[in-house]
Design a protein around this ligand. Structure first.
Ligand SMILES: Nc1nc2c(ncn2[C@@H]2O[C@H](COP(=O)(O)OP(=O)(O)OP(=O)(O)O)[C@@H](O)[C@H]2O)c(=O)[nH]1
Ligand SMILES: [Mg+2]
Length: 356
């Protein structure tokens, strides 16, 4: 999965990128450039499973992050063009006060910033829709085409939504309507995580950050979520030894690293869950969508396993850990045989039986 980090200049995008990917980014001009990095999805259950198998390899699920640079007004369009492929957007909003870090609009106003950048996404979509509509109308004059008629209706609906200054992620479409515009990668249609970048002094008050900064308007929207973090502090933590980091975390009153909360929020927002495969060669976490059937989960591992799917042997990870081995879990009748249509549950440990 790929996520794009956006935000006005100097709001903490690269800082967030460092937290997520634990990459050290610095150097002249470097901080404003575009970076691509991989974040491991924190998963303590994987280590519990590894204790049973003593595997050669433990593999975490990963999320790729793109940290966009150059989001000054005059270069915004260019920067946003790099976002076409991402599945979800992390939109960093500056809340922290720091006179030594200049703000592009002069004054700290998180809601204004969030709204303005959202508008940029909408403008970019609006441009694309207007251009496409011209084309479609021309073609429809030449000949009738029900598929094109539908596309036109849906594009007009989207255009009206944007003209009401509402992002496409909030528009209600039937699955047929959605399909008719499926080829377009509209930016304001992407689910968004608003990441509030708070000052260090708010570390022990993350729960109430939204109210304190009057950002309620960002909350409770369709396909959007809000996550407060203390960017600079967490970036320091990301570069420390685990034990040292845990101590500092606790001294600031933080219960867990921002990385964990961010990734969890991303999974929730996208409706993603994890399942595990476990054996001596490798204990590994995989990502699927809530509601996906076993055969689709098999396909995430390998298309051969999907094609040759016979059945899935499924056990809850905690049952397996408590039993101590698959054989012991089988004796307790905790290992189920499931077919292609079985809906994978968060935390399932699955062994796929397949032919070929
Ligand atoms: N005081 C304070 N400073 C922060 C915080 N987060 C980031 N900064 C500082 O703000 C400056 C900009 O942070 P970056 O992460 O480079 O911001 P950016 O959005 O990547 O900036 P550009 O790529 O240049 O647009 C740096 O000097 C950071 O140290 C924070 O939570 N508190
Ligand atoms: Mg940067």
């Amino acid at each position: 999965m790929e996520a794009g980090i956006i935000g006005l200049p100097q709001v903490g995008k690269t800082t967030l990128f460092r937290i997520l990917t634990k990459a050290h980014v610095e150097g002249k001009g470097g901080a404003s450039a575009t970076h691509v990095g991989v974040a491991k999805v924190p998963e303590p259950r994987l280590l519990e499973l590894a204790k049973l198998y003593n595997p050669k390899k433990v593999t975490y699920a990963t999320v790729n992050y793109v940290d966009l640079g150059g989001m000054q007004k005059e270069r915004m369009r260019e920067a946003l063009a790099q976002l076409r492929e991402v599945e979800v957007i992390a939109h960093v909003i500056r809340v922290f006060q720091d006179a030594s870090v200049p703000h592009s609009e002069g004054r700290i106003d998180p809601l204004r910033d969030a709204t303005n950048l959202d508008l940029e996404l909408m403008l970019s979509d609006h441009d694309q829709i207007v251009r496409r509509l011209e084309r479609v109308e021309k073609d429809l004059k030449k000949k009738r085409d029900p598929a094109l008629e539908l596309e036109k209706t849906v594009l007009e609906k989207c255009k009206a939504q944007l003209e009401a200054e509402k992002p496409l992620r909030e528009v209600e479409l039937t699955s047929e309507e959605r399909k008719s515009i499926g080829g377009f990668l509209f930016l304001s249609a992407r689910p968004v995580l608003y990441v509030l970048n708070l000052g260090d002094e708010e570390a022990d008050k993350l729960d109430t950050a939204v109210e304190r900064h009057k950002l309620g308007a960002l909350q409770g929207k369709k396909n959007a979520a809000v996550v407060p973090i203390c960017g600079r502090l967490e970036a320091e933590l990301a570069e420390m030894e685990e034990k040292e980091a845990a101590e500092l975390l606790a001294s600031y009153g933080l219960k867990e690293p921002g990385l964990n909360r961010l990734i969890r929020a991303t999974y929730d927002l996208l409706g993603l869950i994890q399942f595990f495969t476990a054996g001596e060669p490798e204990v590994r976490a995989w990502t699927v969508h809530k509601g996906d059937p076993a055969v689709k989960a098999a396909g995430v591992i390998h298309s051969d396993i999907e094609r040759g799917f016979i059945r899935a042997e499924v056990v809850r990870w905690n049952d397996l850990v408590a039993a101590g081995s698959i054989a012991a879990a089988k004796e307790k009748a905790q290992v189920r045989l499931e077919g292609k249509e079985y809906v994978v549950q968060e935390g399932d440990v699955i062994l796929f039986r397949h032919s070929g």
